[in-house]
Design a protein around this ligand. Structure first.
Ligand code: DGY
Length: 321
């Protein structure tokens, strides 16, 4: 019997590829760049499964092409805003993602950004590299303490909760906002559910952990930034369009807030020119889940989803059913 065909839109860790090769005929985009939508449409027509990246636009047009044969699109990310889920469901195509395995890794990056901004780590690094450091100075690069402050978590799903949990040891007050209250989480961390505006007004450090949806697009704009404290630091490791980047630049330039740590951007890989010029921001190129161990786990999980679905079993981490 002819082997089923799987297409992988970008090279992923070998563990996932080897797993798929045991069962299927596997084709991988040989180039180190995302495919265009047209290229994806060409590739999906004769594939039983496709392993996609968050940069791949899987809209109804792509799904229509895929529908004759493709049973599953396994997204190599926990987020799936690149895929039209309703259209996939209507066309009977399974979508999966890679939750859980990247939770702590992404939460760690949010902390890395928070520490970097609050304690001006990148500015210090630059200062030394540029040969500016002459001698210890009592007033050089004064930052903010993290311990004892108020942490605001917007979106307390898996990653938001893991982020909050990592504050244990820093004696912080935790405020969180989520559609649903989570009493267990509240008890465990002495966290308090409040509305979004209260977080914005009261938290010293705010970290965003919501998915990108119609409702969360531009959730943080001019109004919200104005509500924040002047010493506030905003961290975004979720999705860029959740924050109005132009409004953020303005708030950072005018000192409405202290700083920002951003791993995601409105129009990746483009970054607002002015953000690049500001010292009170730390920017990373969407590397929230980018540890060697986690990327291997994501590759394995995406492959296992494909194996399950192509052998007639339930997907392990389905987005739709
Ligand atoms: C995700 O998983 O959604 C991250 O943004 C990328 O790993």
């Amino acid at each position: 019997m002819e082997k089923k065909k799987v297409y992988i839109t970008r090279k992923i860790p070998n563990i996932g590829i080897e797993l798929l090769k045991k069962h299927f005929h596997v084709e991988i985009n040989p180039e180190d760049r995302p495919l265009t939508k047209e290229e994806i449409m060409e590739k999906v027509v004769d594939k039983d499964a496709v392993l996609t990246q968050l940069t791949d636009v899987i809209d109804d047009e792509v799904l229509e092409k895929a529908q004759k044969k493709t049973k599953i699109f396994a997204n190599y990310a926990v987020g799936f805003n690149n895929i039209d889920i309703d259209a996939a469901t209507k066309r009977g195509i399974q979508i999966t993602n890679t939750p859980d395995v990247l939770t702590d890794t992404t939460a760690e990056l949010a902390w890395a950004l928070l520490f970097s901004v609050a304690r001006r780590v990148v500015e210090g690094h630059k200062y030394i590299k540029e040969g500016k450091w002459q001698v210890f100075s009592p007033n050089l690069l004064l930052g903010q303490d993290i311990y004892g402050k108020t942490l605001g978590v917007i979106g307390a799903g898996r990653i938001g909760k893991a982020f909050a949990k990592k504050s244990l040891g820093f004696d912080m007050k935790i405020l969180y906002h989520n559609r649903k209250r989570d009493e267990e989480f509240e008890k465990e961390l002495n966290a308090k559910w409040v509305d979004k505006d209260t977080i914005l007004k009261e938290a010293d450090f705010i970290s965003i952990h919501v998915p990108l949806t119609k409702e969360t697009r531009y959730m943080i704009g001019e109004r919200e930034l104005k509500l924040m404290k002047r010493n506030a630091i905003l961290i975004n490791t979720a999705r860029g369009p959740v924050v109005d980047e132009k409004a953020l630049v303005k708030a950072l330039k005018e000192g409405e807030i202290w700083g920002a740590g951003l791993d995601v951007f409105e129009n990746e890989p483009e970054v607002e020119e002015e953000l690049l010029e500001l010292d009170n921001v730390v920017l990373t190129p969407h590397i929230g889940s980018a540890s060697k161990e986690t990327r291997e786990k994501m590759a394995k999980l995406a492959a296992e989803n494909i194996i399950a679905v192509l052998s007639g079993k339930e997907a392990i981490t389905p987005v739709n059913r």
